[in-house]
Design a protein around this ligand. Structure first.
Ligand SMILES: *Cc1c(COP(=O)(O)O)cnc(C)c1O
Length: 339
């Protein structure tokens, strides 16, 4: 099977497994796991931030950040397409009793005007705006990358208004290898960053929450309350460290593969359009919405797995376990399929 359903499906390579097997471990709730500690220090240094915290998933890092930044009844400004709103099971309300201001945005991205417009005035009728959350790259936006100038403007405005700025950077490294921005410069514009190790970076488990010492201290407490205090987690954290050290620059290859798929898909007579590819996500809009499930099962019959991404939409995600040969095979399968 050639599995394009998500970049989460990657399996650890032999050398990553070796790093995991030989990782020294200890009890991380006592902060005594050397491998977790090494990963947390490495990531904080890489981002030029004070501290980081190894968590079980990207949902957990986002939900912890939201819980630390918001009080019950407070409000976060985010895109209607954002993962924190759409794909985290209503966690903003459930875990933090908080409200969301959903902004239309452009391919999952907000502008400075959006943020300016939706900060609530100091009036008893409105929830108190307490956080702005961005997503880079945007999953629902088809892997779209933020314009760094826009981030700088939003960040400056948030600072001026005493609002923390969170980044759901599940696929941040995909953006960074494309826009070439210095990661420390980029990170300096945020109060907290969530980074997935188990997506394009290819580690089996885990995400990092990155921020200042006082923020991470509170986040560590919330992680425990959310049931995320892991014990000898070094065995999985070592896979994450290996991923950060070895699997960043190769993301370019995934982007090249996604571009090749985009080129082939655009030629299909059943495709209305392809959302312009910027990173490793290819979103296809079908001419005939009712053909979606047939296409998914036809592709699967030919050894290619993808997912539905809304009405009349398909999503392909390229990753570490998709080779150039797999792309060639997929393109020949696409050429065979008739709708
Ligand atoms: C995958 C993803 C997450 C986190 O997902 P988990 O499966 O909980 O690790 C968060 N944000 C975005 C944009 C994602 O794509």
């Amino acid at each position: 099977m050639i599995d394009f359903r998500s970049d989460t499906v990657t399996r650890p390579t032999e050398s990553m497994k070796e790093a995991m097997l030989s990782a020294p471990v200890g009890d991380d709730v006592f902060c005594e796991d050397p491998s977790v500690n090494e990963l947390e220090v490495f990531a904080a240094d890489m981002f030029g931030m004070e501290k980081s915290l190894y968590c079980s998933s990207g949902t957990q890092t986002n939900q912890i950040a939201i819980n630390v930044h918001l009080n019950p009844g407070g409000e976060v400004i985010t895109s209607v397409e954002s993962h924190i709103y759409k794909y985290e099971g209503g966690g903003i309300a459930k875990n933090s009793g908080a409200s969301v201001r959903l902004v239309e945005g452009n391919r999952g991205r907000l502008t400075i005007e959006d943020v300016e417009k939706w900060i609530n005035p100091d009036d008893v009728h409105y929830p108190i705006t307490q956080l702005v959350s961005l997503e880079d790259t945007s999953n629902r936006g088809g892997g779209a990358i933020y314009d760094f100038e826009e981030i700088k403007k939003i960040s400056a405005f948030c600072k001026l208004n005493g609002l923390p700025l969170h980044l759901d950077g599940a696929r941040l490294m995909n953006a960074i290898v494309e826009n070439g921005i210095d990661i420390k410069d980029y990170a300096s514009h945020f109060d907290s960053i969530s980074l997935c190790l188990s997506k394009g970076l290819g580690a089996p488990v885990g995400s990092l929450l990155i921020g200042r010492s006082d923020f991470i201290k509170k986040a560590r407490r919330v992680r425990k309350v959310f049931g995320g205090g892991m014990r000898q987690a070094g065995i999985i954290a070592a896979g994450g460290l290996y991923a950060l050290k070895n699997n960043v620059s190769r993301l370019k290859e995934d982007h090249y593969h996604a571009k090749e798929l985009e080129g082939a898909l655009k030629k299909m007579n059943w495709v209305e359009s392809v959302v312009p590819v910027e990173t490793n996500i290819v979103v296809v809009i079908l001419k005939d919405y009712s053909s979606r499930d047939y296409l998914i099962s036809e592709l699967e019959n030919h050894g290619v797995k993808i997912i539905a991404f809304g009405p009349g939409m398909l999503r392909f995600v390229t990753h570490l376990d998709i080779s150039s040969l797999d792309i060639d095979k997929t393109i020949s399968v696409l050429n065979k399929i008739r709708v």
